[in-house]
Design a protein around this ligand. Sequence first.
Ligand SMILES: Nc1ncnc2c1ncn2[C@@H]1O[C@H](COP(=O)(O)OP(=O)(O)OP(=O)(O)O)[C@@H](O)[C@H]1O
Ligand SMILES: [Mg+2]
Length: 340
Amino acid sequence: MSDTSFLSLENLTLAYGKTVAVEGLNLEITRGELIALLGPSGCGKTTTMRAIAGLMAVKSGRIVLDGRDITRTPANRREVGLVFQSYALFPHLTVFENVAFGLRLKGMGGAALEEKVMGAIASVGLTPFARRKTPDLSGGQQQRVALARSMVMEPKVLMLDEPLSNLDARLRLEMRTELQRVQKQSGLTMIFVTHDQVEALALADRIVVMRDGAIEQIGTPEEIYNRPASGFVADFVGFENIFALRDGHLVAGETEIALEAPPEAAGLAWRPAAVPLGQGPFAGTVRSVSFAGNRREYLLDTALGPIKTEVDAALPAQGLGSSVSFDLPAAAAAPLRRFG
Ligand SMILES: Nc1ncnc2c1ncn2[C@@H]1O[C@H](COP(=O)(O)OP(=O)(O)OP(=O)(O)O)[C@@H](O)[C@H]1O
Ligand SMILES: [Mg+2]
């Protein structure tokens, strides 16, 4: 464990019976960091959080929090909060009582309790609903109750499993800002799971991309967005044109194209916006075109396979089936250390 690490996962292996869900995972998180766990369904995000929270046994490896080995510490003595994917509120209790529940267990009451609980409820924008029972709230409101209920306990680490998934687009954006504000203000160390790369990029100090129970890449949003390590990560963050490189040649099926690329790169990836349309040495046919506000998105059939590009919508539209030229400028590509 390094000196600056607040939460360390050391060579963590987690299994359900004989099924290994997470293998040899290493992760060091600094105090006050906001970490996003990103990865496809089944890659082990919830499993990792359950282990940190003490809700499942560790097969091998260690979890160290704030200098203390908590690998075998019971869940209720870890000072770790987890807001579940299904947030499991008490349906017979009001919003207030749901949020107050953990503090009451700790023996808090009276004005101190009232103040803390109402503060937490206000921070998620639910003050008018404090006395309402939770089944009489919308999905997004219930999600915010679950958030307040965890935050009020002031855990050392707060983990949120898709905290914003039930919110509509506007509320999601509001809550995203709110979550970031609360986190920065409180200095709380937070780990949250999301399927939404835009959300991960917007919120996180660092993003951990998981794949098949292991970490594929750890980096700042800028690093993940601009320098994905593999085709897998590139695909996840919106590079829709991903090609293997072999001996300085771009390889796509039967086709090979000579291209200037960093010698250590195993592949190159272009975002649609990095592929110029109407210029360049390559030819394609427009298979589909869709209007996306200020941009127009094209899918081209080419000798390299399907190519996605997007251009300024102010430019004249290319019709379906028309022949177009395009370019794959090496300078605009992200080099991949691993193709797959
Ligand atoms: N209770 C369980 N018993 C057996 N296997 C499980 C159990 N829970 C999860 N798994 C398996 O462990 C692996 C990791 O699951 P996990 O729930 O951590 O995925 P996840 O990344 O959270 O996915 P999602 O994005 O769908 O929530 C999956 O292959 C899953 O099928
Ligand atoms: Mg999950």
